[in-house]
Design a protein around this ligand. Structure first.
Ligand SMILES: C[S@@+](CC[C@H](N)C(=O)[O-])C[C@H]1O[C@@H](n2cnc3c(N)ncnc32)[C@H](O)[C@@H]1O
Length: 332
């Protein structure tokens, strides 16, 4: 059980009614709170919750339209995303109770200050290195306009300019990551066909690929609903067509790719996770056609080449700059 769920269960009488759990973890909380429903923006968590509690969890960037009497937000990583989520929930709860639960090291005490515009917040519990806060929504805000919260920036590339749109919580929100920038400079000579941008974020790599290889089919994949929505917005802003998939890990990707291009995830929340990237390296070969390739950027300290060589083939370092490496490996 996630420690934040355990903290909620210490006050289970508060949460026995028609409650929305926003950003809940794929644990047994829905089993313990039979009247509660969930809202997740993580495709993997959502899939796991659906498998156990079919029909009790929705996926997306907006709260479900069904009625709820109170809501709990599991604190996400980004401050901007927290702000959007709290406003989206408070807008649906005039006079109702809104709760925030999070780990102390994730900054829940600071995030609790974001409850102040809605009413007087109070700390209900502190346990398992987490805190639980509550506010009665005296001042219900208008429904936030997610489009208006998007950040827009322009990239000047040799093959033209690109408009990038990113939503709160998306990797490198509102700016170009240096690793991504280095990878964009190394997109030449890819085998055409089906190109996959794995872990697409705001869709910078995928949109660049479609611009550079207009005759190729481009697929963008991310686990996060806000990233998927940002990628769709980026493609639309540039009149580019590509498929965008919400999915968890490389297993959600189509087969027969001519190339997989990625700035893969290696950090998630307050805990460090390499799992999605390691699984990508282990299983990429089964999604790449013979003669196709994997091209990715990674922090130089990450020991990816041995994994790539074990599972795909000889790994070449195209460049080594600013603490990043660009790797290329072909499937024989
Ligand atoms: C380092 S960011 C790169 C984003 C974007 N490609 C760029 O370069 O700006 C990695 C991305 O992988 C996504 N991600 C994390 N875990 C994932 C998983 N299991 N499956 C698919 N995508 C995942 C994250 O949401 C994030 O958008």
């Amino acid at each position: 059980m996630d420690p934040r769920s355990e903290v909620l269960l210490r006050q289970a009488d508060l949460f026995s009614g028609n409650l929305l759990l926003a950003g809940l973890q794929p644990d047994d909380l829905l089993g313990q709170l039979p009247e509660a429903t969930g809202w997740s923006w993580h495709a993997g968590d959502h899939q796991r919750l659906q498998a156990r509690f079919a029909g009790r969890c929705t996926f997306g960037v907006e709260p479900p339209t069904t009625a709820f009497e109170a809501a709990v937000l599991f604190l996400p990583k980004s401050r901007e995303l927290t702000d959007y989520l709290l406003n989206a929930l408070a807008a649906r709860l005039p006079g109702g109770l809104l709760y925030l639960v999070g780990e102390k090291r994730a900054g829940v005490e600071r995030a609790a200050r974001q409850l102040a515009p809605f009413g007087e917040a109070r700390k209900l519990d502190s346990a398992r290195h987490c805190q639980l806060w509550q506010v009665r929504v005296e001042n219900s805000p208008p429904v936030p306009d997610l489009q208006a919260l998007a950040q827009h920036f322009q990239l000047e590339r040799p093959d033209g300019s690109l408009q990038i749109v990113s939503l709160p919580g998306v990797f490198s929100h509102g700016r170009l990551d240096r690793g991504t920038e280095l990878l964009l400079d190394q997109l030449g000579g890819l085998p055409t066909g089906r190109l996959l941008d794995f872990g697409c974020g705001a869709g910078i790599i995928g949109a660049s690929l479609k611009k550079r290889y207009p005759d190729s089919e481009v697929v963008l994949l991310d686990v996060d609903a806000f990233a998927v929505e940002s990628s769709r917005m980026t493609l639309a802003a540039n009149d580019l067509e590509a498929e965008v998939i919400a999915g968890d890990g490389i297993d959600a990707a189509p087969d027969g790719c001519s190339a997989i291009i990625s700035n893969p995830p290696f950090h998630q929340g307050v805990h460090t996770h390499y799992e999605a990237s390691e699984t990508l390296l282990q299983r990429a070969a089964s999604h790449i056609r013979p003669g196709g390739e994997l091209r990715l950027v990674a922090n130089a300290f990450l020991k990816y080449p041995p994994l790539i060589e074990t599972h795909l083939g000889p790994c070449e370092t195209l460049i080594n700059a600013d603490g990043f490496r660009i790797y290329r490996a072909k499937r024989g």
